[in-house]
Design a protein. Structure first.
Length: 201
């Protein structure tokens, strides 16, 4: 009888602990990146039939995870407990970049490589991201190198590095996603202007 009573007490305690853990847990919140607004005008005096390929776009391994990342110092990063990207960040980053370039260059022919295409590309864009995160001081940071190649992807026409900072709010991941989107939009503009300069010449 005592053994049965002890078993029931342990079972009740385990149930209570499980319920307490469930009560303390929060649902995961999911975020995405936003592109430049549709009202944004294309860059002027560009050929109407530009074709651009985007890829490869690479992000560092520390960003290859669902959680949003905060830098807590030079050598430490913190992963959000309940705040995650809605899809793998590398693909999301590349798609929003392509959408931004399509808007800025005034063309529907911006493709994510290696997507099948029926026409040759005028330009190909490669991007290597070194940093895309928020810091403990309330800033969203994007640091990336990029290259613009000509037809066939063989001749390098332009290269650059975008080091961008956008203000946000510490601990506000909705604001962080918006600030990271603005930084990506600013880099997209730099790349589009480099392509436009080549297209005009």
């Amino acid at each position: 009888m005592r053994r049965q009573t002890g078993f029931l007490a342990l079972a009740a305690l385990a149930t209570c602990l499980t319920l307490a853990a469930c009560a303390d847990s929060q649902p995961t919140r999911f975020y995405t990146l936003s592109g430049l607004v549709a009202e944004r005008e294309a860059l002027p005096a560009l050929p109407p039939d530009l074709t651009v390929g985007v890829g490869p776009v690479t992000l560092p391994p520390y960003l290859d995870r669902p959680q949003l990342v905060t830098r807590a110092g030079s050598n430490r990063v913190v992963l959000a407990d309940f705040d995650s990207w809605a899809e793998p960040l590398e693909g999301l980053f590349a798609r929003v970049l392509a959408d931004n370039l399509a808007l800025l260059l005034g063309t529907d022919d911006v493709l994510l490589l290696p997507q099948r295409r029926s026409m040759p590309l005028n330009y190909q864009v490669e991007v290597d991201v070194a940093r895309f995160d928020v810091d403990a001081g309330g800033n969203a940071n994007l640091d990336a190198r990029w290259w613009v190649y000509g037809r066939g992807g063989e001749r390098l026409l332009r290269s650059g590095r975008s080091t961008l900072t956008e203000p946000t709010q510490v601990g506000d991941y909705t604001a962080a996603a918006a600030a990271l989107s603005r930084a990506l939009g600013a880099m997209s503009t730099e790349i589009a202007e480099a392509i436009a300069e080549q297209a005009r010449t």
